[in-house]
Design a protein around this ligand. Structure first.
Ligand code: MOS
Length: 755
């Protein structure tokens, strides 16, 4: 099956939802028309720690058009806080007088117009019993503890005796790195629209988990999940911020129920910084021990991550870094630091982005300590075996990526000495780093209806978060059923459709394409089995496996063919309906029942029994740093990635490129600044939170490296959504070192750090 399946893919197709998106016909959640909506505006806390004493609502209630104001006093008991990704309690709540962080939702004002709701929200006054908050690392009162998982201390990978090996190593690197708080800032704001129809609730909200959102909100409201439907046909960026359920959704549902009227919330940009999740700041220490010729003998990686007071959320990227290179002695450990902050969460390649910065910077430092080319250092320590588990990589084309990208970049002509390359007042630096991302796949179900006229309707509750999901699913079905892509209609983003696991961990393509191929194979085999059994058919007596669906026909060996109308007519009913489910290897069959109940199971590439499955890549960056001002510009990027089977090279290219650009942004621009006294985000808007504009993005080349992998999953699809960002931060910092001789171990790159 794998070979056939591979041949289905690889032809580029433009997005089938492209015209809808560019003409504005595509409806994002808050675009859905609902009858006579009331508008909700959030009131958020202005302290980061303490209690609400009194909420004064008189002035707000006096605003014309105000219908209702929800606070912990009048609806506190009506909803449970949503389940958090780590199972811990949530912070952004409305159910008690407790304030966990700045910007916490403390009231929801509902009015006939958005303007009235906004005016009323701004007239709410609150008396607090405020306490001094702890903002982050080194703040008084911040509490450090070892990371835990389901209540138990979580062990990072360990092999051999890293301590002793490090002490004995002839060449050593011992360095500390840090990465900042960052926010996703998807262009689509955080919105929720709730409509009750009798006992049934419809929620329009951009989400990466239609069934997860449905199950979580039902649980919060104490109603049966069958009474909740979630709809999100298009998502205007998510990057992890819409993977979990936040508390606002249940409150809007309650507001709509109290008023018996649809309620719509479009939260503001600054509220998005505190009512959803973010990438927490980290500190890390990496120790590398090596022989004089560059073989790693010891690797130790410690991490510290900021989280909220009650939650133990952590990303623990040592699970990735410990597996990157051959090394007989490995130690790792992650701690969390509790502060008075909202709970962090997934943000694009959550573990790998910050932790690979530390590892790939340290590898560059080691290359300099050894006077060795950084590519050759990685080649020397490359491995086809996961050094933690001893299992083989399903496939690993890391050095192929380095070699192809290095060639395109012209790495050979690099003078390795820092400050050796110049163009007038600009110091030029070239750096590189490894990129990687675990290959994950989840359970899914699908329904396909194939009509006699050669049209297919494909339905599954997968998620279009900007990645091109409509197109990859449509292409797969078109190829597998022998139809024209324009005759395949794909429906996604609705919990009334068969469930698909959360669109996270770059699993979407592998998950949806696998279940789609399974359904198409069922369709083909039902038509084929009926056809070979039919004495009147041209296929009578053929092996059903020899029949194919192509060009809108059933085709047999020797040119026997018949139209779909005949083939489908034979199996009865006007339309051939297929319902298929897929549980990938490595997950228990119960994952499917869990899926229907909204539990997002995933087979993780770094936690499998048989193999370790990662996609790999290599980034090459040229920076120019001004000799005097230290202005830093990325001027050239070449990145190469090998991620198994590519379903659609066009959308794959755009994912890689987008990820790579975000990697540059993450290194050179993005940081959420925190007022340490108030534990408050300062630059909570798109004017002050720096993101690149076109002029910041240089010539950028992406190479799709050919890779076949029949062990990762039957179709060989590894996933590409997150790998682009990983390692880019280190490649930039390594290039900055080459340009200036200054080793930046603290992101983002800022001129003042280079003086
Ligand atoms: Mo992604 S951060 O796994 O949505």
């Amino acid at each position: 099956m794998a070979d056939d399946a591979h041949s289905l893919f690889g032809r580029p197709a433009t997005r089938i939802d492209g015209p809808a998106k560019v003409t504005g016909a595509a409806r994002y959640a808050s675009d859905e028309p609902v009858p006579n909506p009331a508008y909700a505006v959030l009131v958020t806390s202005t302290i980061a720690r303490g209690r609400i004493l009194t909420i004064h609502l008189d002035a707000a209630r006096a605003v014309r058009g105000v219908q209702d104001i929800l606070t912990h006093e009048n609806v506190g008991a009506e909803a449970k806080p949503p389940a958090q990704m780590d199972g811990g309690p949530t912070t952004t709540t409305l159910e008690t007088e407790q304030v966990w962080h700045d910007g916490q939702i403390i009231a929801v004002v509902v009015a006939d117009t958005f303007e009235a709701a906004s005016e009323a929200a701004s007239s709410v006054r609150v008396d607090y019993a405020a306490e001094t908050p702890s903002a982050t690392f080194d703040s008084a009162g911040a509490e450090t503890e070892l990371a835990r998982e389901q209540g138990k201390p979580k062990d990072g990978p360990k092999v051999g005796d890293a301590e002793t090996a490090f002490a004995a190593a002839p060449v050593k690197i011992d360095a500390r790195y840090s990465t900042p708080t960052q926010h996703h800032n998807p262009i689509e704001l955080f919105t929720t629209t709730c409509v009750w129809d009798g006992p049934t609730l419809t929620i329009y909200e951009g989400s990466q988990s239609m069934y997860g959102l449905k199950a979580n909100v039902a649980e919060q409201l104490g109603i049966d999940p069958s009474r909740v439907r979630t709809v999100s046909h298009y998502v205007g960026g998510a990057f992890g911020s819409r993977g979990g359920t936040t508390s606002r959704t249940a409150w809007i549902a309650i507001a709509a129920r109290r008023l018996n009227r649809p309620v719509k919330l479009v939260a503001t940009r600054d509220q998005g910084f505190t009512i959803a999740t973010y990438r927490a700041e980290t500190r890390q220490r990496v120790r590398l021990g090596a022989t004089r010729d560059g073989k790693l003998t010891a690797f130790s990686h410690e991490g510290w991550e900021v989280t909220s007071r009650p939650s133990g959320y952590n990303v623990s990227g040592v699970d990735t870094t410990a597996r990157m290179y051959a090394c007989p002695n490995i130690a790792s450990q992650v701690s969390v630091v509790h502060a008075d902050r909202n709970t962090p969460g997934f943000m694009r390649a959550p573990p790998d982005t910050p932790y690979m910065f530390a590892l790939e910077s340290a590898m560059d430092e080691l290359a300099y300590a050894l006077a060795m080319d950084p590519i050759e250092l990685r080649r020397l320590n490359d491995t086809q075996t996961d050094p933690v588990s001893g299992k083989p990589y399903s496939s690993r084309s890391l050095m192929k990526c380095f070699d192809q990208a290095a060639e395109k970049f012209g790495w050979k002509s690099r003078n390795p000495a820092p400050r050796s390359m110049r163009d007038g007042d600009w110091l030029i630096g070239w750096g590189c780093a490894t990129s990687c991302y675990p290959s994950n796949i989840g359970p899914a179900a699908i329904r396909i209806a194939l009509s006699p006229d050669g049209h297919a309707l494909v339905q599954l509750a997968a998620h279009e978060i900007g990645t091109g999901a409509y197109t990859t699913v449509g292409l797969t079905v078109a190829h597998a059923l022998g139809l024209d892509l324009k005759n395949v209609q794909v429906m996604l983003g609705d919990s009334a459709l068969p469930p698909v696991t959360v669109a996270g961990g770059s699993n979407n393509a592998a998950t949806t394409v696998s279940v789609a191929v399974k359904a198409c194979e069922q369709a083909r085999s039902r038509l084929a089995i009926a056809a070979v059994a039919d004495m009147a058919s041209p296929f009578h007596g053929f092996d059903p496996m020899s029949l194919k669906l192509e060009d809108g026909s059933l085709i047999g060996p020797g040119g026997a063919r018949e139209g779909l109308d005949k083939a489908i007519g034979r199996v009865g009913g006007g339309v051939l309906e297929i319902h298929a489910e897929n549980v990938p290897d490595g997950l228990p069959p119960t994952a499917l029942q869990g899926l229907y109940k909204g539990r997002a199971a995933m087979s993780r590439g770094n936690a499998r029994k048989d193999v370790t499955a990662y996609a790999f890549g290599a980034h090459f960056v040229e920076v120019r740093v001004h000799r005097l001002t230290r202005e830093t510009r990325a001027t050239r990027v070449v990145s190469a990635f090998a991620s198994g089977t590519i379903v659609n090279p066009l959308t794959a290219y755009s994912q890689y490129m987008g990820g790579t650009i975000w990697g540059l942004s993450s290194a050179l621009h993005e940081a959420t600044e925190i007022d340490r006294g108030a534990a408050r985000y300062v630059n909570d808007n798109l004017a002050d939170y720096l993101i690149p504009v076109n002029a910041d993005i240089p010539d950028l080349e992406v190479i799709l490296v050919q890779e076949d992998d029949d062990r990762v999953n039957p179709l060989g699809v590894k996933g590409i959504g997150e790998i682009g960002i990983v390692g880019m931060n280190a490649a930039v910092a390594n290039a900055v070192f080459h340009a200036t001789g200054v080793r930046l171990r603290d992101l983002p790159v800022r001129p003042e750090k280079l003086l």
